[in-house]
Ligand binder design. Structure first.
Ligand code: UYC
Length: 231
């Protein structure tokens, strides 16, 4: 009934972001009006930097199978909710698209490619990174890539998530690998089939960094000033 909808709108708008996240399934269960409320919500928030709840609302609309929601997103958020800033003229919209589609396997491949692109033509040819290249990555680009992963995964994936887990285990790599599902006992998780390309994966599971050449690259990634600097 309309009473319920007014209730939900009021309740939703007055809640903390964390509770808004939890309320989204309830909002969605009220059908078209729920979608309308989420569209309203995203519109009103577009001037401030996007946070997790915006990502969850965006994904709900993206997956809603509603022509109206699709048109709303195409018109108002043609490249998504994360500003696709780059200091090196890199186009992150294909990555945004894969993540919106929740195609985490292709998004992971493309992220690795974008990092090589960011490092320059040598890296793009060799298809892997030197840690010295990672140290020189612009903060802006790493934050863009990270925010895409973070906001399209309900906060589950991204370098910043991996960094927090790494710090929480005292920078012990072995403990990190088992925590994020990159190792099971003594066995490395095999690429690509043994990884979990879905939100059911452990926290911090994606994006991947191949450990074939050692930990220096991921160490540089997780130590980058991008994670301790605002903007
Ligand atoms: N792979 O095992 N990995 C590859 C991971 C290791 C190996 C790519 C992650 C351990 C080989 C990605 C883990 C290991 C290739 C990842 C993992 C190993 C390969 C594609 C858990 C053997 C083919 C991109 C830590 C014991 C390489 C890329 C080639 C590929 C990711 C083997 C994303 C997170 C130590 C042989 N593995 N990788 O980098 O040159 O090629 O063809 O980490």
């Amino acid at each position: 009934t309309s009473d319920n909808i007014a209730d939900i709108r009021y309740k939703f708008k007055s809640e903390t972001e964390k509770n808004q996240q939890k309320l989204i399934p309830e909002v969605l269960s009220s059908g078209d009006v729920g979608l309308q409320l989420l569209m309203e919500f995203l519109s009103e928030r577009r001037s401030s930097p996007p946070s997790l709840v915006d990502g969850i609302a965006y994904q709900a609309l993206y997956q809603a199978n509603s022509a109206k929601a699709t048109e709303f997103l195409n018109t108002n958020f043609p490249t998504g909710i994360v500003p696709l800033k780059s200091e090196r003229g890199i186009d992150y919209s294909p990555l945004q698209k894969l993540l919106a589609q929740q195609d985490f396997e292709e998004a992971d491949r493309l992220s690795n490619l974008k990092l090589c692109e960011l490092a320059g033509s040598d890296a793009l040819q060799r298809k892997w990174l030197y840690f010295t290249e990672v140290e020189n990555f612009p903060i802006t680009d790493l934050q863009t890539i990270n925010n895409l992963w973070l906001l399209h995964s309900e906060g589950k994936f991204g370098f910043s998530v991996q960094r927090e887990l790494w710090l929480a285990v005292g920078k012990n790599w072995e403990k990190l690998w088992s925590k994020i599902g990159w190792k099971n006992g003594n066995a490395w998780t095999r690429y690509p089939n043994e990884f979990t390309w879905a939100l059911t994966a452990p926290k911090g599971h994606l994006p991947l960094s191949n450990q074939l050449r050692g930990v220096r690259v991921i160490s540089s990634l997780l130590s980058h000033p991008a994670w301790t600097m605002n903007n």
